[in-house]
Design a protein around this ligand. Sequence first.
Ligand code: F6R
Length: 234
Amino acid sequence: MRLERFASKEDLYARAVDIIVSTKNEGATTFGLATGGTMEPLYSKICETDIDFTNCISFNLDEYVGLSAKHEQSYAYYMYKHLFHNKPFKESYLPNGLAHNPAEEMASYESLLQQHPLDFQLLGIGQNGHIGFNEPGTSFDSLTHLVTLEESTRQANARFFDSIDDVPTQAFTMGIQSIMRAKCILLIAVGEAKRDVLERVLASEYTEDVPASVLTKHPNIIILTDLQKEENEQ
Ligand code: F6R
C-alpha cells in the first residue's frame, strides 16, 4: 500500500492524472471508473490531456436503481458529462439502473467483468468506508450485487439531488471481490470528512465493518490524499 500526501488538491489531481496516463502507456486497456465529487476535478484534468481511450474499455463501479441513463443524477449521465463526451472509450459499461430483472443484471455485469479483467480501478471512499456502494458489513467475497443504501450515504449524496426524497434507496455495485481483482487500484480521499475513515484504513484494520479496509491486502494500491498527518500522529 503506497500512501502519498499532498499539500494542494492541484498537485494531488496532477499526480492522479500522471498515474492514469502512465498506466495506460504501460498497456492498460480496461479501466474501472468511479463517480462522485472527488472524481470531478480528476476527469476535468484528464479532459485537458491528449490521452486517448478509444482502444480501451471502461466499467463503472455502480449505478442507482430506478434512474435511466438520461436522468441527470444517474452515473451514466455523470460519466458522459464529466468524461465520455470528451474522452470516449471503445466500450463503456455501467449497470443498467432500469434493469427489469436485477438478478440477471448483476450476473451479466459480473460476467462481463470476468471476461475483461480490470487493469486499473479508480476508487473514492465514503465517510462510512464504502467503496463502490459496498456498505459496511458487505462480505469481502461479494460480487456485483444489489444494495440498499445506508441513510448516511443517501444524505451524503443528497447534495446532488433536489431533495433527499429523490435519492434512490438502492443501487447496483461491483462487489468487493470484483474490485479487488483489479491489477492496480488508485484510491483518492480528499477533504476533512474523509479523515476518520482514512485513518482507520491506514491503521490496517481489516474488517468488513470498514469495506475499504480490504484494500490493505491489495498488492498494488496507491492512495492519494490531501489530508496531512495530525500533530499527535507518528
Ligand atoms: C461512486 C462511488 C462511491 C464514491 C464515494 C465518495 O461511483 O462508488 O463509492 O466514490 O461515495 O463520494 P464523493 O467523492 O462524492 O465523496
